[in-house]
Design a protein around this ligand. Sequence first.
Ligand code: AMP
Length: 218
Amino acid sequence: MQLVFLGAPGVGKGTQADKVAAQYGVLKISTGDLLREAVRNHTKLGLEAKEYMDQGKLVPDSVVIGLVRDKLADPSYAKGFILDGFPRTVPQAEELGKVLNERGVYLDRVINFQVSREDVAKRLSGRRSCPKCQATYHVDCAPSKKDGLCDRCGEALVQRSDDQREAIETRLRVYEEQTAPLISFYERKNMLSHLDGGGAVESVYQSLTKVLTAYNMA
Ligand code: AMP
């Protein structure tokens, strides 16, 4: 199973990727998670990336392509992977094609999650996350049991700096300008399936597994 999950920030691709990964024993590669880890560890890459991320802008292609290239070289990804949040630009998609080609691996499918801009903005502004174990919650749709504290580890929940209003606006604009062109990029290659990402996590997951079944992946 080699998949790309495409869609605006906040469409729920990460949540769905976690579910597919757990059920089918493949690994998720989230460039957002990898970059946040680098920021937490104060690595050189993290310091470079933080400035872009805080403003809701994309980190330079060369940086993220390097991250993904390193991950895909790891033998644990040979069983399959879900790319979540990568590629996000046409040059990243072209580079991904080359990296996979070098490894003799092909993408099975690109899933395009669709949610209205209004809903995405609501999902992002209500999102809270645990700085310790990275669990995510939503103030209205999926609140933690104890107000403001992580259910898993008890840490105080925080709002990601790029989930604040100004950064959300930038992220959605950046998505329209730089990432949405990937829809026609993959459509032309006959690799794209559209999926309605609105609604509850479980119902989106049901629709997703139907697509995976239709393409003999589940
Ligand atoms: P995400 O968690 O996927 O929404 O990513 C959070 C932030 O990380 C984005 O707003 C970008 O600043 C950066 N980022 C993640 N993936 C990429 C990518 N493929 N290309 C460039 N920047 C990225």
